[in-house]
Design a binder for this molecule. Structure first.
Ligand code: DGL
Length: 274
């Protein structure tokens, strides 16, 4: 493994860009390759077998382009396909569940923690288990919010429709005296405005992206994979469907774009990290 390679980050769609943003801000000299499988999003309501198949294809696409580490910027994939990814690839793979759970456990004072995520993530019980393992006294309130991903993919991040959908899913959680609400899907931080306004000031809405970026930094340091470059890293983007739609969001997040391409998962570019 060469420290000259890029960090591969992937998600079912644009959600993982919220994680990429934190990675770029914490590790500005690292090169990154981002893959969003926007042609097949959402993953969160698909069977596990399909999620495993898709995520192996996504990771293969990136690993054919000289990446040093993979960041699975998708909670659904982490819950349902992490074991298969770890078996299939030899490089360090960083997921989101561990960092998110540790951050939630560290932050909660009243031990009442809500988790909102896709149906796949909630039904897997992986989050509930991870948090309970860290502190068995924490009471967990899980809730699947399946419409959040499609509205984010459509760039509906504010306004009446976003507010109504947020209220529809979160009303029952609002009555549970939570002090932490974990955004257990990387798409959801893009709805931070409507979610925080709805939950009110007593609830800390936790975007785990910072904790994920810190874990990545620690892993890269441990494996001696940090870039030795003194200049800003390049950021290349690949989307299986409609890259121009994702481009708007990347610009909104203020991440520099070195290139953005339509991805054909069957035929990765020879090397996307030069
Ligand atoms: N962003 C993904 C997650 O963190 C999944 C969204 C989806 O495709 O359903 O779970």
């Amino acid at each position: 493994m060469s420290s000259k390679g890029a960090i591969g980050v992937f998600d079912s769609g644009v959600g993982g860009l919220t994680v990429l943003k934190e990675i770029v801000s914490l590790l500005p000299n690292e090169k990154t390759l981002y893959l969003g499988d926007t042609a097949r999003v959402p993953y969160g309501s698909k069977p596990q077998k399909t999620i495993i198949e898709y995520s192996l294809e996504d990771a293969t696409y990136l690993t054919r382009q000289n990446v040093t580490a993979l960041v699975v910027a998708c909670n659904t994939i982490c819950c349902l396909a992490m074991t298969d990814l770890e078996k299939a690839f030899e490089l360090p793979i960083i997921g989101v569940i561990g960092p998110a759970s540790r951050a939630a456990v560290n932050l909660t004072k009243n031990r009442r923690v809500g988790i909102i995520a896709t149906e796949g993530t909630i039904n897997s019980g992986v989050y509930q288990q991870a948090i309970k393992q860290l502190d068995s006294k924490i009471e967990i309130f899980p809730k699947a919010c399946p419409l959040f991903v499609p509205i984010v993919e459509e760039n509906v991040l504010e306004g009446v429709i976003a507010e109504k959908i947020v209220a529809m899913y979160l009303t029952e959680l609002k009555e549970k005296q939570l002090d932490i609400l974990v955004l257990g899907c990387t798409h959801y931080p893009l709805l931070m405005g409507p979610i925080t306004r709805f939950m009110g000031s007593k609830v800390t809405v936790l975007d785990p992206a910072t904790a994920v970026a810190q874990e990545l930094k620690q892993k890269l340091t441990e494996y001696k994979l940090r870039s030795d470059s003194k200049t800003e890293g390049s950021h290349k983007f690949f989307f299986t469907g409609q890259p121009q739609k994702a481009e708007k969001l990347i610009r909104r997040l203020n991440i520099r774009i070195d290139s953005i391409e339509q991805a054909n998962l069957a035929a990765p570019p020879v090397c996307g990290c030069s």
